[in-house]
Design a protein around this ligand. Structure first.
Ligand SMILES: [Zn+2]
Length: 64
């Protein structure tokens, strides 16, 4: 059994780990094969994702 990762929004504690990705679609994703519900906020100047946003409460926190 694959272990389900734990990730929660720091503001509303919503579960940010999505559904298990169907086996047929797994090639496109890297392990552990769960979709991520959080939204990456891209900083063009730094050319990287610097913050995450919760899709439920719209809270933004810094990427670690
Ligand atoms: Zn939230």
């Amino acid at each position: 059994m694959e272990e389900r990762p734990v990730e929660q929004c720091p503001f509303c504690t919503a579960d940010l780990i999505g559904e298990k990705i169907p086996y047929s679609l797994r090639e496109r994703y890297s392990p552990p094969y769960f979709s991520r519900l959080k939204i990456g906020i891209y900083n063009r100047k730094l050319d990287m994702i610097t913050h995450w946003q919760c899709p439920f409460c719209k809270g933004v926190w810094e990427r670690k």
